[in-house]
Design a binder for this molecule. Sequence first.
Ligand code: FE2
Ligand code: FE2
Length: 235
Amino acid sequence: MNLVGNGIEIKTCEELQNQPLEFQEAVIKIVRSHAVNELHGAKVFDEPAIALAPNPYAKWLTCRVAMEEYGHHVRFKELGDELNIPEEQMTPEGKNPLSIFEFPLETWPEFCVIKLLADLAEILQVEDLIECSFIPLRTVARMTMPEEKFHAKFGEDFTRELISNDKGKKDIQDAINRYYPMLPSFFGKAGSKNNEIFRKWGIKKRKNEEMLEEYIKLTKELVNNKLNLELPSIN
Ligand SMILES: [Fe+2]
Ligand SMILES: [Fe+2]
């Protein structure tokens, strides 16, 4: 049953058309969700954050982050076009947003925390795709990964700068307390049928609950040990 997961590689969109419908639909689902979510995040967080950034240097780097997040949408959408996914299925309009996008961004420290925590979650998602069975998706993931790492580093660097004084530390901790509990749902439900199909066709490697467990471990290391801040309980 797990043929693709055992090393078969599908090199082109044309080749995918000869694969079982379940495999094709699973690829489409992943490409669609990345196209939608990258655009949504760019619109509600990254682009508005340019106005929140406190100085020209921070604005410059935030512009780069916004450009790259829009670029991620463009990349996934281009692959979606090749897979004949209708355009309206690849934009956030008319879709239920992921809860992580419902955070009402109002301040610069909040944006830094979003990059610190949400982009680390995105890195884990892209990590699986980097080794997936459908090579065009693997290629898009490989181009995206260094940029997602830059976004997480951006979040960490500006967070460090802010927590060097009491007011900034309080603002960052407050943003973590409000944003971190929104992250677990980003990984999807435990025992997910969709995830089982993604794993069956070699698109993902880990179960949702395994990825969440890894995320919690990494955020504990980062927030508790490296930054000396607290994580709210999420259970
Ligand atoms: Fe992205
Ligand atoms: Fe990102």
